[in-house]
Write a new protein. Structure first.
Length: 218
């Protein structure tokens, strides 16, 4: 079974879970990991929220774009997921695409887990590390996707709820604005969302059955 990078932290997120409020994570890059191409990062804002119901309504064309960002294979997660987010992008001193500030909430209703990501002043509130991102054109005319938590840093999400198995874990978040911020005109799509959880799996990229994704531009 392919697993995500091991977490190196002094007594944090070990085999026996702790309830420490902070983690200091330094994932090791596995030998098979492919380094993605340089990130494209306009300084801009993304917002949105809604619902997906994997495995129904897969956004297969967009999932096939830049698969190297999701090279680690995870089990599929299914059922109702609701989410909301805001992400403000920027660049660090080396020109890398980062999240300056943002909040991401994802609720897996069947899993009974609520994930939360909080980013302030350019760092993840739960591990103190920068959160790298990328923006790229997708398979829809005029469409763009945002990935937050690209390899090999990912991002750290806090787990809450009866189904949670550890206080924190690595995660990735992808959204696609395929109608340039226009209201959803039908179900499903055209906007899409994907959530990847180190310990619980991958929803894959799924068209929204309600809600909207908006890329506000720079």
């Amino acid at each position: 079974m392919i697993v995500w990078p091991s977490l190196i932290a002094a007594g944090l997120l070990a085999a026996s879970c702790t309830d420490q409020p902070k983690v200091s994570m330094a994932p090791n890059r596995p030998s098979y990991w492919l380094v993605p191409p340089p990130a494209q990062c306009p300084t801009g804002k993304w917002t949105g929220g809604g619902r997906i119901d994997p495995p129904s309504n897969p956004d297969t064309p967009d999932e096939a774009v830049h698969p190297e960002y999701f090279a680690v294979v995870l089990p599929s997660m299914t059922g109702k997921f609701t989410f909301g987010f805001n992400v403000f992008l920027g660049q660090d001193a080396d020109g890398n695409c980062i999240v300056n500030k943002g909040e991401i909430e994802v609720n897996g209703h069947a899993q009974k887990i609520a994930w939360h990501v909080s980013i302030h002043n350019g760092v993840d509130a739960y591990d103190g590390r920068p959160v790298h991102a990328t923006v790229f054109s997708d398979a829809h005319p005029g469409g763009f996707c945002l990935v937050v938590g690209i390899p090999d840093d990912y991002m750290t999400a806090r787990e809450n709820g009866k189904g949670s198995t550890e206080p924190f874990e690595l995660a990735q978040f992808e959204v696609c604005d395929n109608d340039r911020g226009q209201p959803q005109k039908g179900k499903p799509g055209p906007d899409a969302m994907r959530w990847r959880s180190e310990h619980h799996g991958d929803t894959h990229l799924i068209y929204l059955t309600g809600g909207n994704i908006v890329e506000h531009g720079s």
